[in-house]
Design a protein around this ligand. Structure first.
Ligand code: 13P
Length: 340
């Protein structure tokens, strides 16, 4: 394990004013996104959509790295430049989703385990050759009647730690993503409790597996009310609860925390990040690794039409810029009204 290199990649991923673009939707997930704009999910449409995002002028000011999907890592710009080489030349670090998705956990009804460890060492070696310098693995923890169980939390934490150790062996920085879902009618207090148990289990497992904490990025959910909870916590409450839990569980050795958006709107996820960064005196960089919250309006503006390529890029740039401002607490909701 080359600790110096891992640490320098991890730090670059959460460099000031920047964050990650999660563009690692699996073929199934991107089809759902394209369905919303009535666009067929062909390989060429998936490629041109990603090219639209990646070639946005100025994106590198606010985007430190992009999480790609296996197919995307092997695709190229229209001029033939492979995406990883194109991004690296712009100073954007290419990354790769390596998990195989959350599957039902046998013997534990209603809960899932993320698969993908078999053959992972060999896949990581290939991904490194293709240019990937960081990876992502998402564990999913659902809140509902009688769940999550301690067993499911620990099983997912164990898999995350095995993945993280294999990444570091391959010279790849692991994004460790334990996502407590915001679906359901649970309160923010319940989300705080489950997020707390989950993070404790994850850091116990990382420690047991000898993972080098200076060479990881944590990608957690924010502590937030369930979408269907009748009482919705305020944005300030979300910011305070999230930072409180992170302070309790995330060692200062971890260089950065890059949140997922998890179904929050674009404006909400940006404001939450900004409010957290205003709390000040934090031991780690607090950044973003948004999928939907960086792409939703850009996808809509592009709409699969070559004539709207530039409109899609302007919209994507605006979101990237506003999240860049949120990195130092300088985002204001009124900025949403600015033209793209
Ligand atoms: P969202 O920001 O849309 O939740 O996606 C981030 C991600 O990579 C989830 O694994």
């Amino acid at each position: 394990m080359n600790k110096t290199e891992l640490q320098s990649i991890a730090r670059a991923m959460v460099a000031p004013h920047k964050g990650l673009l999660a563009a690692d939707e699996s073929t199934g997930t991107i089809k759902k996104r394209f369905d919303k704009i009535q666009l067929e999910s062909t390989e060429e449409h998936r490629r041109s959509y990603r090219e639209m995002l990646f070639t946005t002028a100025g994106a590198a000011e606010y985007i430190s790295g992009v999480i790609l999907y296996d197919e995307t890592l092997r695709q190229s710009c229209a001029d033939g430049t492979p995406f990883p080489a194109y991004l690296a030349a712009k100073g954007i670090i290419p990354g790769i989703k390596v998990d195989a998705g959350a599957k039902p956990l046998a013997g534990v009804p209603g809960e899932t385990i993320t698969e993908g460890l078999d053959g992972l060492r060999e896949r990581l070696a290939e991904y490194h050759k293709l240019g990937a310098r960081f990876a992502k693995w998402r564990a999913v923890i659902d809140i509902g009647a009688g769940i999550p169980s301690r067993f499911a939390i620990d099983a997912n934490a164990h898999a995350l730690a095995r993945y993280a150790a294999l990444c570091q062996e391959a010279g790849i920085v692991p994004i460790v993503e334990p996502e407590v879902l915001m679906d359901g009618d649970h309160t923010i207090e319940r989300c705080e409790e489950v997020t707390s148990l989950t993070l404790q289990s994850v850091f116990d497992a990382l420690y047991a597996h000898g993972v080098y904490l200076e060479g990881i990025i944590l990608k957690p959910n924010m502590v937030i009310s369930g979408k269907k909870c009748p009482v919705q916590a305020s944005r300030q409450q979300v910011a305070e609860a999230t930072v409180r839990v992170l302070r309790q569980h995330v060692p200062a050795a971890v260089p950065g925390i890059a949140f997922l958006s998890g179904g929050q709107s674009e404006a909400e996820s940006t404001e939450h990040l900004s409010l957290m960064n205003r709390l000040g005196d934090l031991p780690w960089q607090l950044s973003f690794s948004y999928g939907r919250a960086l792409q939703a309006s850009a996808l809509d503006a592009w709409h699969g039409k070559p004539s709207q390529f530039a409109a899609g890029q302007r919209t994507f740039f605006k979101r990237a810029r506003l999240n860049g401002l949120a990195r130092t607490g300088r985002y204001e909701p009124a900025m949403e009204q600015e033209p793209a």
